[in-house]
Design a protein around this ligand. Structure first.
Ligand SMILES: [Zn+2]
Length: 452
């Protein structure tokens, strides 16, 4: 059965749906500052109840609440949407060309902090549900929402929520919070995320800074930390910690084949960021395989001694570095912490302290899972364009816990595009993408219900 009546409802209700998005974007909830959380939760609760969903606000100690919502529908199957209501701060404010919390529409773009990450996605899904209810009075499948409020600080409480409320969240498949379109307009459907270990390394060599004349006798903390860091990774990007690659699974033939089919505009990437060269001079498919399938070790920041104008002849007492590892299946961040400790000790740096700031495990939904096919077909049929499957993306998130605790496939698709400027000034979505995604989600609900 066709869904022209649902599409008509979407077209008729576009202004209402954009008003919902504008309302949510006017209420900033910044998790890193514990600001605006209650107001964000109440606004979303009210919106979902208005559309006919049942809402429970779940609250665990020392955590931002999770919004759980449920919509009744035909059939036995349940689709779970994962989203978040928290946002990044809007600073630097003077780099925005429009006010960040008003939802200004200009030349087909909707601007607001949180529009692309992640309220546009949340509203597109609610809009699809609304259109079904407007057109038919009910949904073609059951739907649940898990909307968390700590995504922008690494989702520290999500594993606990998932363990505690496992039965409540139970579903047959999950749509991850976002998805993009590439510069050629192709919709990117993502099936996985890398894991993450983010640590702070710190070394202290004295109780105060010294005159650098003592350099012949005392090793500066800065020298010492840089030497320790240099043992972690070589110039080709290979991580030198023993055991690091032991459990890395080589990609299966399906994943390798999917990479061959993926577009990768290395020249666009180079030009956009002014990148001088890629590691190992990778290009095209080789660059893409490296980007998506290889683990990383990046020194995100190094701090020590005098870095201001001119010279100061000091020997710094202390040095710190933020070091990030992006992990691939089946690497485990907890194991890596122990390997890192052992490695530093063996290299003569037992005094370099490790403080763990975040851990996330990698995850990939199998590319041949039937739900992947359902999402791909819904997207292709509704957009009329080519859809590209990414076996994994280069980013991280708590996909592992969602997939493993709830035992379901997780697929990423949404309203974004390559220049959505998430986390940056002038964050935006394209109105045409929003509209297309609402239709895509409406179609997916139908196919998911019918194929159960
Ligand atoms: Zn974000």
């Amino acid at each position: 059965m066709g869904i022209d009546d649902v599409r008509s409802a979407i077209a008729r209700r576009t202004d209402v749906h954009l008003d919902w998005l504008r309302t949510l974007c006017r209420i900033p909830g910044v998790s890193s500052r514990r600001y605006g959380i209650d107001a964000s939760v109440q606004a979303i609760r009210q919106l979902i109840e208005e559309i006919g969903g049942k809402v429970q606000v779940l609250q665990m100690a020392d955590a931002n609440p999770v919004i759980f919502a449920e919509f009744d529908g035909d059939g036995e199957r349940t689709l779970l949407f994962y989203n978040h209501y928290d946002i990044q701060p809007a600073e630097p404010l003077d780099e925005w060309t429009v006010p960040p919390f008003e939802g200004v529409v200009e030349a087909g773009l909707f601007y607001a902090r949180g529009a692309a990450d992640n309220k546009g996605d949340l509203v597109s899904r609610l809009a699809a549900i609304d259109a079904w209810r407007q057109a038919r009075g009910r949904l073609p499948c059951r739907v649940k929402f898990l909307i968390e409020g700590e995504e922008e600080i690494g989702s520290p409480s999500l594993p606990d929520y998932l363990r505690t409320y496992r039965d409540l969240f139970q579903a047959d498949a999950c749509i991850w919070k976002y998805g993009n379109r590439d510069p050629a307009g192709r919709l990117e459907v993502g099936l996985g995320l890398k894991g993450l270990l983010y640590v702070e390394l710190e070394v202290e060599i004295a109780s105060s800074d010294l005159h650098s004349g003592y350099g012949a006798l005392v090793e500066a903390a800065s020298n010492r930390l840089v030497r320790a860091l240099a043992t972690l990774r070589d110039g080709r990007g290979q991580v030198l910690i023993p055991g690091f690659y032991d459990v890395v699974r080589p990609p299966g033939s399906e994943v390798r084949a999917s990479l061959e089919a993926l577009p990768f505009e290395d020249e666009i990437l180079r030009a956009r960021y002014g990148i001088r060269r890629f590691l190992r001079d990778r290009i095209r498919t080789g660059a893409l395989a490296t980007l998506l399938l290889e683990p990383t070790c990046t020194f995100c920041g190094i701090e020590s001694g005098h870095t201001g104008e001119g010279m100061r002849t000091i020997l710094p007492k202390q040095a710190k570095a933020k070091v990030e590892f992006r992990l691939v299946p089946d690497q485990d961040p907890e194991v890596l912490v122990r390997q890192l400790r052992h490695h530093l000790d063996m290299k003569g740096f037992p005094d370099v302290q490790i403080r763990v700031l975040a851990t996330q495990r990698p995850h990939q939904t199998p590319i041949n899972h039937e739900f992947v096919d359902t999402v791909k077909r819904a997207a292709e049929e509704e957009t009329g364009r080519e859809v590209v499957l990414y076996p994994t993306l280069q980013y991280s998130g708590r996909m592992y816990e969602l997939a493993e605790y709830l035992r379901l496939p997780v697929v990423s698709v949404g309203v974004g595009y390559w220049d959505r400027r998430a986390h940056a000034p002038n964050e935006n979505i394209r109105l045409a993408d929003f509209d297309e995604t609402v239709r895509l989600m409406a179609r997916l609900l139908q196919m998911f219900g019918e194929e159960g």
